[in-house]
Ligand binder design. Structure first.
Ligand SMILES: [Zn+2]
Length: 154
């Protein structure tokens, strides 16, 4: 009885889908999937929707980090180059540059932790991990470290 109750009063942010065939079960309160005939355990359907929604939220957080990465890298480049050009505390500028470069790399690496989101959920919430931008951040950070290390002393 309890499972039927959840089926009728669905309040999750993603639609209920059949665990087997991913058929959208919105508005259905039966114990069987009308598409594939599988027995529906509504508590499983609910926890699945919550897990996927949680994964989507995490991906959005990782995407935000990816967007911040280039600014951190730019700040690191600024420290390395300005201290170098000014011929003042050159070593300190490089150290700050390397630290910021590592944060830039980390901002891109986080995206690798994002879980794969099933197709049915991607259709509802358009969240894609920003893989390309993440790779750019990682490359940026590595290049900055190389510059900080190999820039000749004036
Ligand atoms: Zn089904």
């Amino acid at each position: 009885m309890y499972s039927k109750y959840i089926g009728r009063d669905w309040s999750e942010k993603l639609p209920p889908v059949c665990p087997k065939c991913e058929y959208n079960l919105t508005g259905i309160s039966s114990e069987q999937c009308p598409e594939c005939g599988k027995t529906i355990y509504w508590l499983d359907v609910q926890s699945n929707a919550r897990n996927v929604y949680h994964a989507l939220n995490q991906t959005e957080d990782y995407n935000d980090l990816v967007d911040v990465g280039p600014y951190v890298g730019a700040a690191g480049t600024f420290f390395v180059l300005v201290f170098w050009i000014a011929r003042w505390a050159d070593g300190l500028g490089r150290v700050i540059g390397v630290v910021l470069a590592m944060l830039t790399i980390a901002s891109g690496m986080q995206i690798l932790r994002s879980k794969r989101v099933p197709a049915w959920a991607r259709d509802v919430v358009e969240v894609e991990p920003k893989y390309i931008k993440a790779v750019i951040n990682i490359s940026f950070g590595l290049a900055l470290i190389a510059i900080a290390i190999f820039l000749p002393s004036l």
